[in-house]
Write a protein that binds this ligand. Structure first.
Ligand SMILES: C[S@@+](CC[C@H](N)C(=O)[O-])C[C@H]1O[C@@H](n2cnc3c(N)ncnc32)[C@H](O)[C@@H]1O
Length: 466
């Protein structure tokens, strides 16, 4: 069904009436188009097929048809994004799909998949996920690593870090439920990603004979890791404690008794943000009470404190990355203060000989594969990325006070935005960075800031309403 301009206008007016004024002001001061929230019902729902690489094409086709029958609408594969299905009707609930209850599929937006795929995980990589909970990307990365042949090469690991204990508990539960074979590579820490310093597991730590033992590790509902049966009772239960990792696999925990010597090959900084681009996140507040949008999304002066946190997470992720390695910085915010200005601040501390923002090849692949086509030949859409934000004219550069900073924006032109108004996905910013050499010296704590802070007037305003 095609919307008329009158439909769209009504939706926009309804939005202005429903969102709390402070949230609308936050959108305005962050240059975020409020109309993105009219897209939620128009976008498809995306799901990921768990353990995709281990399934035959016949099994995948059978699963797709089962999901289609339960959903009662068209379900198609997403071109260029292996293992993802698109359910054409966003209002379909996961609870009505049997494959979800059986753990064969999990809900995950394609924008998140693109952020993880942008890392280009290769066989044997040691991957660090610095803001990992509740674990959607971590699980996907573990599967990608497994599918890349980690099992055969006996190398590779995924290390998750998150500061929020309750979210790590959910992450551990997800690993226990869905990671299957790939859990043999995973460990998770409750720690502050801005100071996390544990190095990657040593090369060739992994013993295929121990995979069965890894399967005996489960996480209970409180986020406690248990080893079933084998150890004396006194040692059986390990509560996940700050500073101590929860191991999804015994071989990895055996390794941990030795100290790490390696930096990471791949680092994902899927940073804490105001989640304003995640349409499903904002949608949840319709059930929880829209007034909570103010306290939880923009309360505690978050619009100004979060970009500083993001800059510190990015800086620490970079410190832990090998020369020759790849770091992906992503957020599900569409605020330039949390995206372009954070990356520009980072590039101002790391010269062209140290850091280069690379093309996100997977986006090209997805976009060139074009529209999503169902088996019946009908076209459902297609994923389209937008360029980063930057002033367009000389006047705009000087108005923004960025005339002498152009080169920083030019250096990041390969980063991308997924804007729900045109991307056919939820909102996401993705920058993929290649490390050319180590920094001669680490920046001082108070130097680690975004290039531009939220203007004072907007800051005072957000603060005055708290
Ligand atoms: C956007 S969410 C991450 C989503 C996750 N990557 C996924 O795909 O499921 C951001 C996460 O950052 C975590 N976080 C916030 N501050 C942090 C810090 N200082 N160190 C590590 N994690 C932090 C939050 O607890 C939250 O789980």
């Amino acid at each position: 069904m095609v919307d008329t301009p009158a439909d769209t206008l009504c939706e926009q007016q309804a939005l202005s009436a429903t969102f709390p004024p402070q949230f609308l002001e936050f959108l305005q001061s962050n240059h975020i188009n409020p109309n993105i929230y009219t897209m939620h019902k128009k976008l498809p729902r995306y799901v990921r097929i768990v353990q995709y690489a281990q399934r035959t094409s016949e099994e995948i086709q059978k699963l797709r048809l089962e999901v289609e029958a339960d959903a009662g609408c068209r379900v198609s594969k997403v071109p260029g994004v292996p293992g993802f299905l698109e359910i054409s009707d966003q209002s379909v609930s996961m609870s009505q799909i049997n494959a979800s209850a059986c753990g064969d599929i999990v809900g995950m937006d394609v924008s998140s998949a693109i952020a993880a795929l942008a890392l280009s995980v290769s066989p044997g990589d040691n991957v660090l996920d610095l803001c990992c909970a509740p674990g959607a990307k971590l699980l996907f990365l573990a599967e990608l690593l497994d599918a890349s042949g980690a099992c055969e090469s006996k190398r590779g690991s995924v290390t998750g870090v998150d500061i929020a204990a309750h979210r790590v508990a959910t992450c551990c539960k997800q690993i226990a439920k869905h990671a299957g074979h790939s859990r043999g590579h995973v460990r998770v820490f409750i720690e502050d990603g801005t100071t996390f310093s544990t190095l990657a597991p040593r090369d060739r730590w992994w013993d295929p004979n121990a995979v069965a033992a890894a399967a005996a590790v489960v996480a209970n509902a409180d986020g406690e890791a248990e080893n079933s049966g084998r150890k004396p009772k006194s040692r059986r239960k390990k509560v996940v404690e700050p500073g101590k990792p929860w191991f999804a696999s015994r071989p990895l925990s055996n390794w941990y008794s030795n100290s790490g010597t390696e930096l990471y090959d791949r680092v994902l900084v899927d940073a804490e943000c105001t989640h304003d681009g995640s349409l499903s996140h904002v949608q949840k507040y319709e059930r929880w009470g829209l007034e909570k949008l103010e306290t939880q999304v923009i309360g505690d002066n978050r619009p100004t404190s979060v970009p500083v946190l993001q800059s510190k997470l990015l800086e620490n992720g970079w410190r832990l990355l090998k020369v020759g390695g790849t770091l992906v910085y992503s957020t599900c915010s569409l605020s330039r203060y949390q995206n372009e200005y954070v990356v520009a601040g980072f590039l101002s501390r790391h010269g062209e000989d140290e850091a280069c923002v690379e093309k996100i090849n997977v986006l090209d692949d997805i976009q060139c594969k074009g529209s999503i086509t169902a088996d019946d030949g009908s076209v459902a859409g297609g994923i389209v990325a937008s360029s980063i934000w930057m002033p367009q004219t000389d006047v705009e550069w000087s108005e923004q006070g960025l005339s002498d900073k152009r080169s920083l924006f030019e250096r990041m032109h390969n980063a991308a935005r997924l804007d729900p108004m045109m991307s056919n996905t939820s909102g996401m910013f993705i920058a993929r960075m290649h490390k050319l050499k180590h920094s001669p010296q680490q920046p001082l704590e108070d130097e680690i800031v975004p290039l531009v802070a939220l203007p004072l007037s907007a800051r005072v305003h957000a603060h005055a309403h708290n």
